[in-house]
Each structure stands twice: as C-alpha cells, then as structure tokens.
Design a protein around this ligand. Structure first.
Ligand code: HEM
Length: 208
C-alpha cells in the first residue's frame, strides 16, 4: 500500500480510538494498513460472540482470532461506554434457568431495577440500560460494578468465572492506569487482525 493511504477499516479503528479519547480515555496510534473486504454480509456478524456467551465460548472466539484472555478482559472494558437494549440481557432477568428466574450472580435490587425497565413482554424498542453509571466517561467503573454484581450481560459476568480472568477484573477495578495500559495494547492487537481484505474502498459503504 502507498504510504499515507488509509482503508475504511483503518478509518473505523481510528473512529473507535477517537471515541475513547473524547470520553476521557487513553490515546494510541492506530496501526494502519489493513485492507477492506470485497463482501459484506449481515450473516457474518453471527461469528461474533453472543451476549449470553460463557467464558469458554468467549475464550474460543478470542483465541480463534489470536487474542488472549487478557485481551478479552481488557477489551470487555469497552463496555464502560454506551447502552444495551433489553433483548441483550433478558436471559438474566426473566428466564434464567429451570431453577431460578433471575441470575443469582446479579445484585438483587439491581436485577429488580433491570426488570422494571425491561418487563417480560417489553414493547418499548428503545428500552434498556447503560453498562455503567458513567456511560459517557471512559473509566474503570465497569469493572467496579462487575465485582458488585451489577453487570449487564452474561458475557460480562462470565469474566468472574475463572481465577485468572477474575484477578484481571480486580486489578482493573483497583487501578484505572492498569486498565488503560492493557486496553491500549489489546486495541492495537485487535486492529492487527487482518481478515480477508484485498482492496481499499473508494466508498466505505460499497465494495469497489
Ligand atoms: C467480549 C465480547 C463482547 C460481547 C459479547 C459484546 C456484546 C455487546 C452487546 C450485546 C451490546 C449491546 C447491544 C444492544 O443491545 O444494543 C454491546 C454494546 C457495546 N459494546 Fe460490546 N461486546 C463485546 C465486546 C466489546 C468490545 C471488544 C468492545 C470495544 C472495545 C465493545 C464495545 C461496546 C460498546 C461501546 C457498546 C455500546 C454501544 C452503544 O451504546 O450503542 N464490546 N456489546
């Protein structure tokens, strides 16, 4: 690729970095040089881990892409920003398993609040919950709340289900600087995943 030429994939990675910087998080230099794909199918998104994923499913999904368990924990910290719709966590609050309706790892009053905003037959399309109490600030409160049983997704809660990942959660909850350093390293590792790109799109919305 010619020097200075950036692909749409690179632009997306830079936009993600800029969103982190604008919300008070760390800065890093995005490695450019990834090519764009020739095809784009909604069905390919099924390859991404589901919000109901267990730790072993998350592990498989990450190692398959050359990412480690430390990358998994650090990158899940991306859930310090933004919002989740009810459908992504209803498994935890209405029909958890044959024995219990509510995921017992959830703080009880937190679960009740989630059930209020997301009733069983929710008709409100926009309803849901923020991942943490400071959804526009890139901080480590996601990890602090996770330890308190106040996580949104089963895939977030899963990070507490092995000693190794739990120790990382505790470390990031205690020290924001450690979280920042690990997050930057993992974002750079993730932006090096090459996929099957072959071209630089002239219009990011369509293959050339
Ligand atoms: C580990 C596997 C992951 C799973 C299973 C997962 C799943 C999800 C789900 C289900 C939502 C909510 C969608 C909705 O209901 O509207 C969400 C939102 C979000 N995720 Fe993840 N995610 C994962 C990893 C990541 C990573 C690696 C990042 C970035 C580094 C990230 C950043 C975000 C952000 C910022 C939002 C909020 C979007 C918004 O407010 O519209 N997630 N994720």
């Amino acid at each position: 690729m010619c020097p200075g030429v950036v692909s749409c994939a690179d632009i997306l990675a830079m936009a993600a970095r800029d969103a982190v910087v604008l919300t008070g998080g760390p800065y890093w230099k995005v490695p450019n040089g990834r090519k764009d794909g020739r095809i784009s199918n909604a069905i390919d998104s099924l390859d991404l881990p589901f919000p109901t994923a267990s730790l072993s499913e998350l592990h498989q999904s990450f190692t398959q892409r050359g990412l480690s368990m430390k990358d998994l924990v650090a990158l899940s910290g991306g859930h310090t920003l933004g919002f989740s719709h009810c459908s992504s966590f209803q498994n935890r609050i209405h029909n958890f398993n044959e024995k219990t309706i509510i995921d017992p790892s959830l703080d009880r009053s937190f679960a009740e609040r989630l059930r209020e905003v997301c009733p069983m037959h929710n008709k409100e399309h926009g309803a849901g919950a923020y991942f943490d109490t400071t959804p526009t600030v890139f901080d480590n409160s996601y990890f602090k709340l996770l330890i308190q049983g106040k996580s949104i997704l089963s895939s977030d809660q899963a990070l507490l289900s092995s000693n190794k990942t739990k120790a990382l959660v505790t470390k990031f909850a205690t020290c924001q600087e450690e979280f920042y350093a690990a997050f930057v390293k993992s974002m750079i590792r993730m932006s090096r995943i090459s996929g099957n790109g072959t071209e630089i799109r002239l219009d990011c919305g369509v293959p050339n």
